[in-house]
Design a protein around this ligand. Sequence first.
Ligand code: NAD
Ligand code: IPM
Ligand code: MN
Length: 368
Amino acid sequence: MSTPSILILPGDGIGPEVMAEVVKVIDWFGEKRDLKFDVSHDLVGGAAYDKHGTPLADETMEKAQKADAVLLGAVGGPKYDVLDFSVKPERGLLRLRKEMDLFSNLRPAQCFDALADFSSLKKDVVAGLDIMIVRELTSGIYFGEPRGIIKEGNERVGINTQRYTESEIARVARSAFELARKRGNKVCSMEKANVMESGILWRDVVTEIHQAEYADVELSHMYADAGAMQLCRWPKQFDVIVTDNLFGDLLSDAAAMLTGSLGMLPSASLGAPMDNGRPKALYEPVHGSAPDIAGQGKANPIACILSFAMALRYSFDLGDDATRLEKAVEKVLADGVRTADLLGEDGATPVSTSEMGDKIIEALTASL
Ligand code: NAD
Ligand code: IPM
Ligand code: MN
């Protein structure tokens, strides 16, 4: 087999800072575990706009389509607030997701023991937490037509459309059921079937797929607003949550705080299998470009590093190496190493982004 390819798109703000630590990790696996990747770098988001006048150049899109895995840092920032909507940094990321057809976005929320005290929720609510939010990523209100801002009489009207086809719901439901079978065997589907027709269809299709193909998996349904409440009340009741694009965006940010910090949450966006049987895939932290701390060496690189662990598992069938990397992160946290987002106001000294990366490399080396 030819050397697997990775396209790195660091993006904006803290994106390049956290991605630099991932590059150290990739180099470590190359040197110490003989895992060779054909790595290339390109621009996305505001960085691409600055160079090409577009948040994703066509050549970059083509490279992403061909890569075995794409790693993305983050896009966006106040500098680009003035841009026309069509060329905003976020459009670059949305184009990648849509054109690569990455319909299943896996957002795990795991609470490492060492951080159980640090969550804003009580320790027993979060200790040992391990849930997986599966967010539909290529449809729903993010992409539905009609959309836009139109003039109606004397005033402007902002329009977005929530739209889901049966097949779009079915494929993300299957991906959630498949994952559940490898975990706690439970799926909770969240929508608002009480007020939205797309929610009624969502519930029907998930139920049909369940009865026809996954009756061995435990399925429950919840309105998404109640689901948000339950996520804060007792998150350990969940194993896999499957939900639409917008609800998944909100629920996964909320779930981040169960783990201690948004800087901890990785994600994998997966599409249909390619010729080699592996899914088309893009890996990125759940967090954004964090303009408030960008350029200060304060960002937590763990979400981005754990996103690479997901790449090892889902794109390269290297589950043992993914676990090795996750354990190294766990070890460093257990040793009390903390970036600023993982510290309270108690005066302890945080490590910088690159020091955190170095500590994780040390823990990897110690694992050999
Ligand atoms: P954000 O995730 O960038 O930041 C929210 C808060 O979390 C900030 O206080 C930030 O400092 C903190 N934070 C986030 N990541 C962190 C990390 N790794 N380490 C330490 N602290 C971290 O969200 P926002 O401020 O709402 O958005 C900023 C920009 O990022 C916007 O342009 C938004 O559109 C974009 N965004 C991009 C992505 C992405 O690229 N996938 C995701 C979310 C937001
Ligand atoms: C995310 C982000 C994106 C989203 C933006 C930046 C397009 O918030 O990945 O969670 O809304 O999906
Ligand atoms: Mn988001």
